[in-house]
Design a protein around this ligand. Structure first.
Ligand code: LLP
Length: 415
């Protein structure tokens, strides 16, 4: 894993040399701060991990859809994995090459298919027979050819949080692997379709990546059977799901996975696609918040800050644990929960008993918040989403400003 970009210097936490206290003073809080160098470093490391195989890294835009983050990765020649018409528009705007975009998701609408065909995307990741038939009809109507890969559901347990497990038969994702050959045979009889590959994505944040090894075995066997039957496949997509260390654990790395699956993939002669999201941007970002109050309800101590589940939903949704540190160096610890300003008891940023002993007016940084942070933020309780800042070397650039209340209300009508 690339070197962590956040470290203390001259008494304050810094992002590649820029003081987070300075960023908070300039742009306010809550604010996400991302390190461009860390994102570049992670991309190059993943690229090297797969360099013994023909491969393409398709950044999973949902992890951090900010246009500047996307354009940074597009500039490194990454492809993109998108999951809606909105993400497709964003990926195109950010400069990803259309033919390097894969479109995933179990619920694509006709208009999303039309937009993607107009853009000339590389591949639709198809998740059901109904979707296959609609895609064929939409492409044929337009005299176009839709390249597709079936997303198979290998019924392999990713052994991660149940909410982010996607490769079990009990989840809505993909087509049972046993039915896949029949779907390709059907597709060969339908107009407007061309089989481009096979794919899967079995889960996210898999600390132990061996379920991917197991599932890749099945996927590779399917690809080889399809090739024998004359299907013109060009790629095999192993999905994303690479883990980052949120605590002190040492999760498996892309390099370890690539080494294990290389012998299964090499004989196929296909381009290996992978769709990392979290691994490329997760540790590259923090959320900075300012302390509003300290309070005590009986035995329970709270540090109330100006961004909560509206800014970072992961702790409330998954009880995810992000490290929380003081921006000022050498703060002591105290027994307290860090909570946000939202009117919900689940509005907690850190359930851990210990927290930095900071006073009102001071800053906290929630670490490893670059992935699924801003992208799951909301305006709940009438709070604007956080601002976003990209640090590149010594320069801190505002890449998304905080919206005003007027801007948030602007689309509403009828008053
Ligand atoms: N490909 C597909 C088809 C996906 O559905 C996903 C993530 C990815 C790739 C990228 O997965 P990654 O490499 O980032 O693990 N909100 C949750 C994570 C949900 C992931 C959904 N799909 C969280 O905050 O942990």
């Amino acid at each position: 894993m690339a070197k962590r970009p956040f470290a203390y210097g001259k008494g304050t936490l810094r992002c590649d040399g820029v003081a987070l206290s300075e960023i908070a003073d300039r742009f306010g809080t809550p604010t996400y701060v991302y390190s461009a160098d860390a994102i570049r470093g992670a991309y190059h490391e993943m690229d090297r991990a797969f360099d013994r195989l023909p491969h393409r890294i398709c950044y999973s835009v949902k992890a951090n859809p900010n246009l500047s983050v996307c354009s940074l990765l597009a500039g490194l020649r990454a492809g993109a994995d998108v999951t809606s018409g909105g993400e497709l528009a964003r990926a195109l705007q950010a400069g990803f090459q259309p033919e390097q975009i894969v479109f995933a998701g179990a619920g694509k609408s006709r208009s999303e298919m039309e937009d993607a065909l107009t853009a000339g995307i590389g591949c639709f990741s198809v998740e059901s027979e109904g979707e296959l038939r609609l895609l064929s009809a939409v492409a044929a109507e337009r005299g176009a050819v839709a390249r597709f890969a079936l997303r198979v559901n290998p019924d392999v347990n990713a052994h991660t949080h149940p909410f982010i497990t996607t490769g079990l038969a009990s989840t809505k994702f993909g087509v049972p692997i046993a039915d896949a050959s029949d779907h390709y045979a059907l597709a060969a009889t339908l107009p407007g379709l061309r089989a481009e590959g096979v794919g899967m994505h079995i889960g996210s944040q898999m600390t132990d990546l061996s379920p991917v090894v197991e599932a890749t075995q099945g996927l590779a066997a399917l690809a080889s059977k399809l090739l024998e039957r004359g299907h013109t496949l060009r790629h095999i997509d192993i999905g994303g799901g690479y883990p980052i260390p949120y605590g002190d654990e040492q999760p498996d790395t892309p390099g370890q996975l690539a080494t294990e699956i290389e012998p299964m993939l090499r004989p196929l002669g296909l381009v290996v696609l992978t769709e990392p999201g979290r691994w490329l941007v997760g540790t590259a970002g923090v959320l900075i918040v300012r302390v509003l109050y300290r309070k005590r309800n009986g035995a329970h101590a709270f540090i109330i800050v100006d961004g909560g589940m509206n800014a970072l939903l992961r702790p409330a949704l998954y009880r995810a644990q992000h490290k929380v540190v003081a921006v000022r160096e050498n703060s002591r610890n105290t027994r307290a929960e860090v909570v946000g300003p939202v009117c919900e008891s689940t509005d907690v940023l850190s359930f851990e008993a210990m927290a930095p002993d900071v006073q009102p007016g001071e800053l906290l940084a929630i670490l490893d918040a670059g992935a699924y942070g801003f992208s799951m933020a909301s305006e709940y309780n009438g709070r604007p989403r956080p601002a976003e800042v990209l640090v590149d070397g010594a320069e801190a650039r505002l890449v998304r400003r905080r919206q005003s209340h007027e801007e948030i209300m602007a689309p509403e009508m009828g008053l």
